[in-house]
Design a protein around this ligand. Structure first.
Ligand code: GDP
Ligand code: MG
Length: 288
């Protein structure tokens, strides 16, 4: 039996969550961070006859260090990387230009002293590509795969390679200790709030994400099997609140719908997400 931890890294939107959700299927339990460590990377446990892999997804890794909050994320994330992981999967998206953010991710990947696999995702898309901009990476990372996380192309050979790199029976006790998801406790709340927060990061402009946090207030299962989730996004200023809500509530609906789909996929249940926005200038003191 092999066991190990794999860090999944790439700038937002390269397809990390899609990849996780697709390999996970029924076999995998998504686990959440420990309650006192909000804003930690999201973990997913994959398990088959070959062994167990904890994938660590890193929504917080890609932020610029502008305030103490994001600085914190980066420090913690780097710490976690260096202590914990056995392998890095570095995912890029050839349908988007390389940019500053991509360069920053590469910079982080270079700092890690562990085996690395380069994954070029979204190869199902051929009409729009910046592949030449990513070619040089193949020299630096001779083990690479071109996949489609969405269309499930080349996932199997990638998983085979990942298992090759993992040690036998390492950190077994630690892996056993992780709560399988869904667990309806504070861990689930943290996990869901991270998903919501990630959507805010993806869908809102430059500065707004840094002013927000997401709080999950209630998770309850209804008689018809529907998961009811009540959550709020907190932001520091009324003007940001307005932007988060959007014209006629369009923005918040969009964020909510995107988050709801991903939560639903993760817990394999129908989800009703009751999502609101509030102004709280001091949330950083209260919640972090
Ligand atoms: P993350 O931010 O890295 O977790 O990226 P997501 O998994 O949320 O994916 C971002 C977007 O890219 C979503 O709209 C996905 O549907 C899309 N996507 C992810 N993988 C693929 C792929 O292999 N092919 C295509 N066409 N789209 C993909
Ligand atoms: Mg994601």
């Amino acid at each position: 039996m092999k066991t190990g931890k794999v860090l999944l890294v790439g700038r937002p939107n390269v397809g990390k969550s899609t990849f996780l959700n697709n390999i996970i299927g029924q076999k995998v339990a998504i686990t959440s961070p420990k309650p006192q460590t909000t804003r930690f990377p999201i973990r997913a446990l994959y398990q088959d006859e070959r062994g167990k892999i904890i994938f660590i997804d890193t929504p917080g890794l890609m932020k610029k260090t502008e305030d103490y909050l994001s600085e914190n994320i980066n420090k913690r994330t780097i710490e976690a990387i260096n202590e914990e992981i056995d392998l890095v999967v570095y995912m890029v998206d050839h349908t988007r230009k390389r940019d500053f953010e991509e360069a920053r991710v590469l910079g982080i990947v270079r700092q890690i002293n562990k085996p690395k696999i380069l994954v070029i995702n979204k190869i199902d898309i051929t009409e729009k590509t910046y592949k030449p901009q990513y070619e040089f990476l193949k020299e630096e990372f001779p083990i690479y795969f071109e996949i489609s996380a969405l269309k499930k192309i080349n996932i199997k050979p990638l998983m085979n390679k990942i298992f090759e790199f993992l040690p036998e029976e390492k950190k077994e006790s630690e892996i056993e200790n992780i709560h399988p998801y869904p667990v309806l406790n504070i861990d689930a709340k943290t996990f869901i709030s991270e998903l919501i927060r990630e959507k805010v990061f993806l869908m809102m402009g430059e500065e707004i994400p840094y002013t927000t946090t997401a709080i999950v207030e209630e998770i309850s299962e209804r008689d018809n099997g529907l998961m009811y989730i009540k959550a709020k996004i907190l932001t520091t200023h009324d003007r940001y609140k307005k932007m988060l809500i959007g014209k006629g509530g369009r923005k918040i609906k969009e964020i909510g719908s995107y988050a709801r789909k991903e939560i639903s996929l993760a817990i394999n249940k129908k989800v009703y997400l009751d999502l609101t926005v509030e102004t709280d200038p001091h949330w950083q003191k209260t919640y972090f």
